[in-house]
Design a protein around this ligand. Structure first.
Ligand code: PMT
Length: 409
């Protein structure tokens, strides 16, 4: 799709932009400009917090319409009452959606103009969250996010990266062009992508783990994270509330996914269990099976002809998740094998008491680790399904189809 095709369906649309009170409010100015460039008619409503960061006048200049700031402005209400404004909108976009605003929307509050408009509108709502990464990952925000998704609210971002307060993580407002693209595709996607995971919490692990030998060396593996990231993205598109526990990889965070970065198997173990309870766990990470008993405090010096490493087993995250007393609806493992793929995969299915295992051959060109392509076979107690070689993004969608089938089986 070309850029102009992407935004074509915004031409003539009436978009209500609601601005929340976060530092990212300044990016909403650019969003308004881009929406108008795409041919949309735009009106802006701001929370009290948003007005601490950007002035209503700036939005007025860009939207060409008076900016609405309060329920209690008699003159503005006379020109267009807030219920009329809620009815006027073909689409509503909230950017930035702060943790507070998400909580108020999830609980149906009508304690200011923006919350009231969102409650009164029947137009599709898209939110672009932005906040500190710990606030984004807090169980309260996760629960509010799940509620909002369940009600059909579309979520774009947050993106991963440096945050205003000097920290880094998932919490950055999606870029204005991403929001415009998501908004223009909203109707199309809602019509074509079934929201069959709405209301479900999904935890996905992806990428390798690095086990430090000393301050400069580690034991790692060739997982790029591509398969796990594609699965997380696909689950989020289908409406799930997704937490992605990512080993050390350089991939962009999929839209709408909460990402937790880890390095070692022990850290991944902690992060996965911190993300539970969940409805579905998908272990696509290539977790180290062994880690140094004691990483050396200083660089190991070259002294003898050979070097023996003292390694100990890491916790089997997948098996422990499957053994949870607070049972998940579905636990899915991956198996990376170089030979006897079916036999070893079925053994893991049983030994780790999984609902499903997805086996792929590694150590080959055009598949397994690193490649953008893969081929795989899923096994469950009394069935199996093969997926022919295809891009990992496509396989992820097909795997989510199968997961939905197995959930409903
Ligand atoms: O990341 P890519 O480059 O896209 O490559 C994708 C992939 C090949 C890594 C992926 O498709 C895959 O196969 N992942 C699982 C790799 C693996 O570690 O397989 P395994 O057979 O060693 O482990 C079996 C399962 O147990 C996996 O779900 C693994 O996440 C889990 N496990 C393993 C060890 C451990 N200590 N804890 C675990 O949870």
């Amino acid at each position: 799709m070309s850029g102009s095709d992407k935004t074509r369906d915004l031409a003539g649309q009436r978009v209500l932009v609601c601005v929340g009170g976060g530092i990212a409010a300044y990016k909403a100015l650019e969003l308004v400009r881009r929406l108008r460039d795409a041919g949309a008619e735009v009106q802006v409503a701001m929370t009290a917090g948003a007005q601490q960061f950007v002035t209503p006048l700036s939005f007025q200049a860009l939207s060409g319409q008076p900016t609405r700031t309060t329920l209690w402005d008699g003159a503005a209400e006379q020109a267009m009452g807030h219920i009329e404004l809620a009815r006027w909108a073909d689409r509503v976009v909230i950017a930035p959606a702060t943790a507070d605003l998400m909580a108020r929307l999830a609980h149906g509050l009508a304690d200011d103009l923006v919350a009231t408009l969102c409650l009164a509108t029947t137009a599709p709502i898209l939110i672009a969250p932005a906040m500190n990464h710990r606030m984004w990952q807090h169980p309260a925000t996760r629960a509010n996010l799940a509620t909002l998704r369940e009600r059909g609210i579309q979520v774009v971002g947050p993106n991963d990266g440096p945050l205003a307060e000097g920290e880094s993580g998932p919490g950055r407002l999606a870029e204005p062009e991403e929001i415009v693209a998501a908004l223009s595709g909203a109707t199309l996607r809602a019509a074509t992508v079934p929201q069959d995971l709405a209301g479900l919490n999904v935890v996905v692990s992806a990428g390798p783990t690095y086990e430090d030998l000393d301050p400069v060396r580690y034991l790692g593996n060739r997982s790029s994270g591509k398969m796990g990231f594609a699965v997380a993205a696909s689950a989020a598109r289908r409406g799930a509330s997704v937490t992605l526990i990512a080993g050390p990889v350089q991939l962009a965070t999929p839209t709408g996914v909460a990402r937790v970065d880890v390095r070692s198997a022990a850290q991944m173990h902690r992060a996965v269990f911190a993300a539970l309870p969940a409805d579905i766990y998908i272990g696509a990470a290539a977790v180290a099976d062994y880690t140094p008993r004691e990483p050396a405090a200083n660089k190991i010096k070259k002294s003898s002809e050979s070097l023996a490493l003292d390694l100990v087993r890491t916790p089997d995250i997948l098996a422990e998740v499957a053994a949870q007393t607070q049972a998940l609806k579905l636990v899915v493992g991956f198996a990376a094998e170089t030979n006897n793929v079916a036999e070893y995969a079925r053994r893991k299915l049983e030994a780790k008491r999984l609902d499903m295992i997805v086996a792929n051959r590694v150590g080959i060109a055009d598949g397994g680790f690193e490649s953008d392509q893969n081929a795989m076979t899923a096994y469950w107690k009394d069935g199996e399904r093969s997926f022919a070689s295809a891009p990992k993004t496509q396989l992820a969608d097909e795997l989510i189809d199968l997961i939905v089938e197995r959930l409903n089986a």
